[in-house]
Every structure is written in C-alpha cells, then in structure tokens.
Design a protein around this ligand. Structure first.
Ligand SMILES: [Zn+2]
Length: 176
C-alpha cells in the first residue's frame, strides 16, 4: 500500500481516537469538578474512552486485512419508508479462518446501473486491506469498473482516482 493509503488510514484512525479521547476527558473533567476523587474520575474517563472507541468501531480499523473468497451474492426486495420493492444486495466474503464478512447495499435509486455488489463475481478472490471497508478484486482483467476500497464508489476503470473521495484507485490485478 502506498503513502496515500497510509495517510488516509492514519487520518481515519486518528479522528476516531481523538473523538473517543474527547469523550473520556469530558467525563473525567465533569466528574472531577463535581467533587469525585482522581481514581473514580480517571476510571470513569477510561471507561468512556473504551465505550466511545467501540461505538466508533475503532476495532474494525485495527483488524488486519486478509485475502478471501466471494461465497455468496444475493438480492432481496425490501420496503422502505417511501418505496416498495427496493433491491437490497448482499455480498458475503469468507476469510481464510472461515469467518463471513458482509457488505449490504440498498439500491434506493434502482437505475439499473452496475452496483458494487454486482461488481464482484461469485467464487472470485478478493483482498481486504486493513482500515478499508471494501474489497479489492484479485483479477481486474476485462473489467470496465474499479471499486474504491474506502468509499465503495464504482469508478470507470480509466480513472486514476476515485470520483467521490479522490483516493487513488487500485487498478492493477493482484499477482499471486
Ligand atoms: Zn472513494
């Protein structure tokens, strides 16, 4: 992974940790000024930090990447507040330890455009990079689109960078 991916990762992780730390510090200061002791205030502040980290899904950013296989691709129709029969796509990627990782995409506009779930083929190998949510295809030959691993936008394969978030696109196939 090159520098820009590392930078994006550090910014994401840093922002979430900073928010969690802020929650801990605010609670600590509040309890301390309320007259509680150092020990109780510190313990409550640390607990708030951990709860906030969990809520902000910091653990997902820290989890290592892996190479997996697309084991399921399904679509079902759901009813939302303003519409009936909205297609909801689900992708399941199984990692080498047999755990399933899901990506669900609700196609609210349903314009018949290729979406990021349809982009993957059943049975193909994909790579999950640490700190990024979406899967990179191993074999990108003959594809007109490439997915952004950070925001999930499907880009035309001639683009260098994501049209939505500007991150460089991983356009080369992964060599074994
Ligand atoms: Zn993007």
């Amino acid at each position: 992974m090159d520098k820009e991916f590392k930078k994006r990762y550090i910014i994401k992780l840093g922002l979430r940790l900073a928010c969690a730390a802020a929650a801990g510090i605010i609670l600590f200061v509040a309890l301390k000024s309320y007259g509680l002791g150092w020990l109780v205030s510190s313990a409550a502040g640390a607990a708030a930090f951990f709860v906030a980290s969990l809520a902000l899904k910091v653990h997902e950013l820290l989890a290592p990447g892996f190479d997996g296989v697309v084991t399921s691709k399904t679509v079902r129709y759901v009813t939302t507040q303003n519409k009936q029969n909205v297609p909801e796509y689900e992708l399941v990627v199984t990692d080498p330890r047999g755990r399933e990782h899901k990506d669900i995409f609700l196609d609210k506009e349903d314009e018949g455009k290729l979406n990021r779930i349809e982009y993957y083929d059943h049975g193909e190998r994909v790579r999950k990079h640490r700190g990024f949510k979406y899967f990179e295809k191993f074999d990108k030959s003959g594809k007109n689109s490439v997915v952004c691993i950070d925001c999930g936008t499907l880009n035309p394969s001639m683009r260098e960078r994501c049209i939505n978030c500007g991150l460089p696109l991983l356009r080369e196939s992964i060599k074994e």
